[in-house]
Design a protein around this ligand. Structure first.
Ligand SMILES: Nc1ncnc2c1ncn2[C@@H]1O[C@H](COP(=O)(O)OP(=O)(O)O)[C@@H](O)[C@H]1O
Ligand SMILES: [Mg+2]
Length: 265
């Protein structure tokens, strides 16, 4: 069964006294154990899709189903990593990471022991008592991912977790995330505006257009697994890149850099 289904979602925000259409008929699924990305330009509604999936927002129209059950806009138990790194600056790495375990009812001692065991896997051994400002950007993102994974849920929603990192750190974390993913086999909905990142990580990619977001392409990625970095220079990789680039720019006119009004597909 698909662990996440979005069915014909329409979503708007109030902006000033105007209704801003953000998502225009979005349907997508994430299968069990699948790594799915949403790729789209800034402002296309990617974060809105994740907020809907997390139950933090209610769509104007359409359905959100997690494990076959309609969520009706109330927050359910999914692990969601928002776009900003939301580690509490006044708490140590360990005390940030234990929060979902404490919320689930574990006592502090057991929760800390469990986090302690996982620190090496997350490349954070020896840093339990460090505060977020004492960690590198990559470490902070790994700590935020560790905390996200402590929510006992099959579905993970990750909103541009590597966007703020330098290229090398980003590539290292992508490889690391794939390792973690194949080890824990969660179902992932991953948001990015990087074509290379989406191809490298995903089993399937949805391309969404500029606001109001519509799906312009659903692309399965069949690169051999486990993924290796040298793959990014392979002809298949370039072919995917070409297809995705075309889908991304379908509605963008290069002359005025804006959206061609009224065009549908
Ligand atoms: N709370 C909000 N109120 C009003 N407008 C919003 C709000 N959140 C997002 N928007 C607008 O909705 C559009 C989509 O936002 P978002 O989902 O964050 O896009 P993305 O993550 O793809 O950059 C943007 O134009 C943004 O300005
Ligand atoms: Mg966003």
């Amino acid at each position: 069964m698909d662990c996440l289904v979005l069915k014909n979602i329409y979503s708007t925000y109030y902006s000033g006294n105007r209704l801003l259409p953000v998502l225009d008929g979005i349907s997508l699924q994430v299968g069990d154990g699948e790594f799915v990305s949403v790729l789209g330009p800034s402002g296309s509604g990617k974060s809105t899709i994740l907020k809907l999936a997390a139950g933090l927002l209610k769509p104007d129209q359409g359905q959100v189903l997690v494990d076959g059950e309609e969520t009706a806009g109330h927050s359910q138990l999914v692990s969601y990593m928002p776009q900003q790194d939301l580690l509490f600056p006044w708490k140590t790495l360990q005390d940030n990471a234990v929060l979902p375990l404490l919320a689930a009812g574990l006592d502090r001692h057991t929760a800390r022991a469990r986090i302690g065991k996982l620190l090496p896997t997350f490349g954070l051994e020896g840093f339990a008592d460090y505060y977020p400002h004492q960690l590198s950007g990559g470490m902070r993102q790994r700590a935020a991912l560790l905390r996200t994974m402590m929510v006992d849920s099959n579905l993970m929603l990750l909103d541009e977790p590597f966007a703020a990192l330098d290229a090398l750190t980003r590539e290292n974390l992508q490889d690391w995330l794939l390792k973690i993913w194949s080890r824990y086999r969660r179902s992932v909905l991953f948001v990015t505006h990087s074509i290379d990142e989406a191809i490298y990580l995903s089993d399937r990619i949805y391309v969404i257009t500029e606001r109001p977001g519509r799906i312009s392409l659903e692309q399965k990625i069949t690169l051999p697994k486990p993924k290796v970095r040298s793959m990014v220079t392979a002809p298949e990789f370039s072919l995917y890149k070409k297809i995705l680039l075309e889908a991304l720019h379908q509605e963008t006119s290069w002359e005025d850099g804006g959206k061609i009004e009224g065009e549908t597909f």
